[in-house]
Design a protein. Sequence first.
Length: 284
Amino acid sequence: MLLRNQIEAMSEELTPSERKLASALLSDYPFAGLGTIQNLSERTKVSAPSITRFVHKLGCQGYQEFQRRLIGELKDGQRSPIDLHRSQEAPKGEFLRSFLDRVAQVVSATSDGITEKQFERICLLLGDEKRAVYVLGGRFSDQIALHLSRHLRPIRPHVYHLPPDPDTWPEYILRMRSRDMFVIYDFRRYQDKLEKMAETAVAGRGVNVLAITDKWISPVARHAAEVLAIPIENGTVWDTYSGAMALTEAIIARIGEQDWNKTKARFEEWDAVRLDQRAGDNDT
């Protein structure tokens, strides 16, 4: 189990000082634990002996082992298909059936780290028409971001998918207003430009970032108001985004159902304009 998950699982058993320490570690995970024990102690106002007792509860022999585990998780978050091929076996037997079974397990496990309360809260935020919604993803996950934006546009106004060219991003930053939503997909082999974009949007415009990432947690999460960590491993050298896509489609469906009469009216207006445009194209 990841240290993050262990800390979250034992939250009810922690002392007040340990809860303060856990909050600091989780708010800037895993980076908060990579400095010296003295720095962590000064920042959290928790004594070094208390920090040592805390890491013992996590099954670590000491603070150095705690840091080694954090570093190991960071390395896992940067593993390439070549790295994965050294340690994983491809499905045996009937490849297609075996592969799809593994993907089904990933989709099934996607909700394990997301509470229904958090899911509903995020859908309410993304469905709030007083907030614009901006979406962006990484090299491959940007296709899921595009999927989200294309399905949200007929449901609600002010949805913007940022183009892949970073030179155009300042225009979108300048459009953003306080309380707007910025959804960023970022999975392992994280991209520095996405974290920088999140940092700029939060610091300069006061937006709310939703980070959709994996269990190793993208650096984007350091600036996020909400983090959804979902499984991506399927036992092959290729990570799967099937869980991310299923989650995205669940978000789309939930937002559409929040006020179906309003959604229906928007769809009717949308289709009327779209079909009229098609008729115009046919005439030319």
